[in-house]
Design a protein around this ligand. Sequence first.
Ligand SMILES: O=C(O)CCC(=O)C(=O)O
Ligand SMILES: [Fe+2]
Length: 297
Amino acid sequence: MLRTGTLKAHARVNERVFRLKRFTADSAKPEVIVDELLNGDGAVLISGLFSAEDIAEARDIVMENSKEADTVTHFQGAAQQDGSINLQRRVWNLLAKGEVFSRMATQPVLMNILRRFLGSEFIMGSIAANRLLPGGPGQEPHVDYPYWDFHSPETHPIGLNGSFPMNAQVSIILDPFTEESGATAFVPGSQKELRYPTEADRFYDRCERMAGEPGDVALFYGVTWHCAMPNRSHHDRNAILIQYLPKWVKPMEDMPAALPQAFIDNASADLRQLIGLNYPYPEVLDAAKAGNAEGRK
Ligand SMILES: O=C(O)CCC(=O)C(=O)O
Ligand SMILES: [Fe+2]
């Protein structure tokens, strides 16, 4: 009896369909997606933006660059304490690690949505991979940079809320994102009130998953409560995580400092914008070209 009951319960879990609105390159109209991010669930899935070749190449580079667990990570305090932190690995500064990542960062459908969401001169704050090995740990439920330390709201301006966006997150899925493999969990609608989630929010009871196939993109507003979940599958769970910001938010990765000069010299107009070269503040104004540099006229 007990055994049958267990099997039935297991089958139901496997059949679960998650609440995540799905779009294609054609249906992902900027005004529709922006409304979903601000006023809907806070997250969407877009398919068909990347070729299988690009996804395979990106995955190979991530695997090659994460043989050791030797980079900084975030929201993994529990894993640090229980000794499983080496089963999740980050690869930072991806623009320097393969041309495929420049194509991913500047994907035209995403660029169009982001121009509308974050302002036409938006920048990229980080492009990194998150690899969860089999048995890898989940993260604490959180909100993303620049709100990521909002567990201490007094360090931010009084009255700060999520009514206008200072972040958009893109996860390019490189391996099957399932409940078992640790697909990112999120609470639909939680972006409407800027808060760092607490135990009382019952995150794990309420969460849905950004489930998807390799090549799918999960796009979400980073004030939506979310986290990577434990990888209980037998395969690695890789994703490219791109953080986009308005032009005036201090980026998380110092890309101009981390990239070779030749990369910067040859960067396309979109990439120059993304790495912050169109809005070069702070600047040593004592050394800046003399004359008027700002104003309507
Ligand atoms: O990899 C994931 O599923 C999410 C990662 C994330 O939310 C983060 O690192 O801020
Ligand atoms: Fe996050």
